[in-house]
Write a protein that binds this ligand. Structure first.
Ligand code: ADP
Ligand code: MG
Length: 310
């Protein structure tokens, strides 16, 4: 049985990473990841890209170990690289080349030297990501969503069991976002995909397992439903006269709607207290759950640090 027949997993063990002269970007993290689409959520600066670069064997952690498909990312870098494909946050493909040339070259580099095998593989990947129709076009003529899908194609050229995509939906329009979500759900059926984002909606229905990281620490791990369950009691609806929501330091407004001269806002409570005139919502969205979790978390941090007196 070859490596790819076995179910593969990633084990992150007590990882810490401190950049030269900086604060810890990853501050003691342990996490196991299995087949499927795994969401890595967190605000800017949380440590998502750092963790992904460590898993990809591009960055050696200051402390701790990461095991990918049974191989240590520091000691068995080559094995690890064969198992995974990576789409970096700042992917910008060779703009003056044609789509098929980009993939053909990468396929050659990955060891596919036979011409007809290589052509077949390139066509197969282009079909998979929905770019077969534009294979003759130059990269610079593609839309943002197409470039991102080309980024996925280049990461998949050697048919890895693990795909790591760092903030792949930044700058995409709503239609491209939907298309991208569908592609991730499809690819996640028989692979590990780790997708980082600070936009919760981009995980989509294909994601059943996620981690929430903040300031280099794992703050939550579990299903979207579990995160939503945590948010109950923190998300409210407030009906206001007039057509404008007044800002408040009690809550953060997530969405608003105008109805018959009144404004209905959905808010996340900052302190876990019920804002004046608010009605609890019993079906928070994943985005609201994320905001609620982060808000209550920063309150906890502040209390620990003595910044909040009640
Ligand atoms: N090359 C680097 N050198 C020094 N500090 C860095 C470097 N890359 C990231 N950082 C810092 O590490 C922390 C985590 O960054 P990053 O992993 O990029 O977070 P995210 O991807 O979640 O936005 C941030 O405070 C960031 O400023
Ligand atoms: Mg990042």
């Amino acid at each position: 049985m070859g490596e790819r027949e076995r179910d593969i997993s990633i084990s992150i063990q007590k990882v810490r990473h401190v950049y030269k002269g900086g604060n810890p970007a990853i501050n003691g993290m342990s996490l196991d990841i299995h087949t499927g689409l795994f969401g890595m959520l967190g605000p800017n600066g949380a440590g998502k890209s750092t963790l992904m670069r460590i898993i990809c064997s591009l960055l050696v952690p200051t402390e701790g170990r990461v095991i990918v498909g049974g191989h240590d990312v520091v000691k068995e870098r080559r094995h690890v690289r064969r198992l995974l494909g990576y789409l970096p946050q700042d992917f910008n493909a060779w703009r003056l080349h044609r789509v098929e040339e980009v993939l053909g070259t990468l396929a050659t580099l990955s060891g596919l030297e036979n011409n007809s095998e290589r052509r077949a593989r390139v066509a197969e990947i282009l079909e998979l990501v929905g770019l077969l129709d534009v294979s003759h076009r130059k990269v610079k003529s593609l839309s943002g969503g197409m470039v991102r899908r080309l980024g996925v194609a280049q990461a998949l050229i050697h048919d890895p069991k693990i795909l790591i995509v760092d903030e792949p939906t930044v700058g995409l329009d709503p239609e491209e976002r939907i298309h991208f979500r569908q592609l991730m759900a499809k690819l996640g059926k028989d692979r590990i995909i780790i997708l980082s984002t600070h936009i919760v909606g981009d995980l989509g229905a294909g994601c059943h397992d996620l981690a929430l990281i903040d300031r280099g620490r794992l703050e939550f791990r579990g299903s979207p439903e579990k995160l939503i369950a945590h948010a109950k009691g923190f998300v409210f609806e407030i009906h206001m006269e007039g057509n404008r929501a007044e800002p408040s330091d009690q809550y953060e407004v997530v969405s608003q709607e105008q109805k018959l001269g009144r404004t209905i806002i959905r808010v996340v409570s900052r302190m876990g207290e019920i804002p004046d005139g608010a009605v609890p919502v019993d079906n928070p969205t994943l985005e609201e759950a994320y905001l609620a979790f982060m808000a209550s978390n920063s309150v906890k941090q502040a209390v620990k640090g003595g910044e909040v007196q009640s």
